[in-house]
Design a protein around this ligand. Structure first.
Ligand SMILES: *Cc1c(COP(=O)(O)O)cnc(C)c1O
Length: 223
């Protein structure tokens, strides 16, 4: 087994799901990690996901973790295991519509904005609660909202990162108690990447998305 993967798994409790983020990696590189026993992979671009899904083993659970355009949803709906990056009501409506067409229920996380940076996508707490209220009223028939995803600010300030994760965990707990007390399916809190997954786990994450620490530095020029 690749040394870096062993090191990561040593630090990750059993109840935390590891998603190997394979954006920019070749199918060969992904297969190497697959052969170490990893079955859940995350991609952030639709076309890249489609290309890889076609040639890689069918028991891979594919996660979409990047901003989605509504016109690209249709192609990934038949097989995607979890769409982690639902960042607008409009997007969720379209996912629901496309899922209904093929009679599939699609698992989703709402992406919540917790960072200080302007560049990151995501819903604020009010927008998320609005969507969840509509969801509970039955507006969506073909999506399952299973939890939240969030990204901390890209900074060396560990206290800030921890406080952003803590903030999202409190919000997750609040929403769970207000809206999902009788629905154990709402259970996923996806936070933590290569640089901050230990902090994320300390603050209550149960799904981490790790790219660089498994595969090494990304080379975007290769793509
Ligand atoms: C790229 C990416 C990751 C993984 O980042 P690393 O720092 O390489 O671990 C995790 N989450 C999202 C949403 C990403 O786009």
């Amino acid at each position: 087994m690749k040394g870096n993967l062993i090191d990561i798994l040593k630090n990750v409790p059993g109840e935390v799901t590891l998603i190997a983020v394979s954006k920019t990696r070749t199918p060969g590189e992904i297969l190497e990690v697959y052969n170490q026993g990893i079955r859940e992979f995350g991609e952030n671009k639709v076309q890249e996901l489609l290309n890889k899904q076609k040639v890689l083993p069918s028991d891979i659970k594919w996660h979409l973790i990047g901003h989605l355009q509504t016109n690209k949803i249709k192609s990934i709906i038949p097989f995607t295991y979890l769409i982690q990056s639902v960042d607008s009501l409009k997007l969720l409506i379209e996912i629901d519509k496309q899922a209904k067409r093929i009679n599939r229920i699609v698992n989703c996380l709402l992406q919540i904005y917790i960072a200080e940076e302007e560049s990151k996508y995501g819903l604020d707490f009010n927008e998320a609660e609005q969507i969840i209220t509509n969801y509970q009223k039955g507006q969506f028939t073909n999506v399952n909202i299973l939890g939240f995803m969030g990204m901390a600010t890209f900074t060396n300030n560990i206290n800030q990162i921890k406080s952003e994760f803590r903030n999202l965990k409190s919000y997750f707990d609040l929403i769970k108690s207000l809206h999902f007390s009788d629905n154990p399916e709402f259970s996923i809190l996806s936070m933590g990447m290569s640089g901050d997954y230990l902090q994320a786990i300390e603050e209550g994450s149960n799904m981490i998305r790790i790219g660089t620490a498994i595969f090494g530095e990304r080379d975007y020029k290769k793509m």
